[in-house]
Design a protein around this ligand. Structure first.
Ligand SMILES: [Zn+2]
Length: 271
């Protein structure tokens, strides 16, 4: 029986193809994670979810057909308590999301899948997915678990996004708005806000001296601490050209990392 590697959706395989696929050397599943949460008044609730899904699809299309990697349907609802005060935000509890990763992960491992990539586009659940990944690896040591964040470690972001916005534009700012203009312009509204403690004239809250929103000494902010509109950043200069450049940079970066992963023999043999 031959496996059709050109179909990258794991759930589009038949059970017998899924069984063969899982047993192939280096079999890998990519699971996109997003959120259904407010993104200001100009971007849809599905922003992070659409980013995880669309970018991972484009990345997988560019990988060699012979590589044994498939994607799961994306997990659209994530862990978003920081946005709970804005209507439309839907969030799972931390324990439920961890349990979801554990239960699905254990089943993939017992099927024979050798690597699971958690491809996440929501900054508020990076730590949670890292903890879930460690716990899953402990339980299923033969399966590698790689929790990654769409925007992390992409070298060319430095040239594309000004440093002020890169550090303090945490939500629905220049990068997210531009990327959405490239991926789904019909979902971008005209009602733009500049907001967040570094941007709005009437600052809502600022972390104590030496502490930061994210980074070295973070303070687990809630969006309502920092922003009235739901935006934390400045998206006034968002444009399609920048969106195309970001899309291209993200795709190139993740094609590179996934190719390296697929060509490696990670995880190490159990000792
Ligand atoms: Zn977002």
């Amino acid at each position: 029986m031959s496996i059709n590697f050109s179909s990258r959706r794991f759930d589009f395989l038949s059970w017998s193809d899924a069984e063969n696929a899982s047993r192939s050397k280096g079999s890998t599943v990519l699971w996109p994670f997003g959120a259904v949460e407010q993104h200001g008044t100009h971007l849809p609730l599905a922003t992070d979810h659409l980013f995880a899904e669309r970018i991972s699809e484009e990345v997988l299309l560019r990988l060699a057909d012979s590589l044994p990697i498939w994607s799961l349907p994306s997990q659209s609802i994530g862990f978003s308590p920081e946005h709970a005060s804005f209507p439309g935000t839907l969030s799972l509890s931390a324990s439920l999301l961890m349990q979801l990763v554990m239960e699905v992960g254990e089943q993939l491992s017992s099927l024979g899948i050798q690597r699971l990539v958690l491809f996440n586009a929501h900054g508020g659940q990076i730590g949670l997915l890292q903890a879930a990944a460690r716990q899953l690896r402990m339980k299923c040591p033969s399966m590698a678990v790689l929790p990654c964040f769409l925007w992390s470690g992409v070298p060319s972001l430095k040239e594309l996004i000004p440093s002020e916005e890169r550090i303090n534009g945490l939500h629905a700012g220049l990068a997210e708005t531009s990327l959405m203009m490239s991926l789904a312009p019909e979902l971008v509204g005209p009602d733009r806000h500049i907001d967040g403690d570094h941007f709005s004239g009437e600052s809502v809250a600022t972390p104590p001296m030496g502490w930061s929103l994210e980074g070295s000494a973070p303070c687990a902010w809630l969006t309502k601490d920092l922003s009235v509109s739901g935006v934390i950043g400045n998206n006034q200069d968002a444009n399609t050209t920048l969106g195309e450049a970001l899309r291209d940079a993200l795709i190139r970066h993740w094609v590179y990392l996934l190719t390296n992963l697929m060509e490696s023999d990670w995880p190490p043999v159990e000792r």
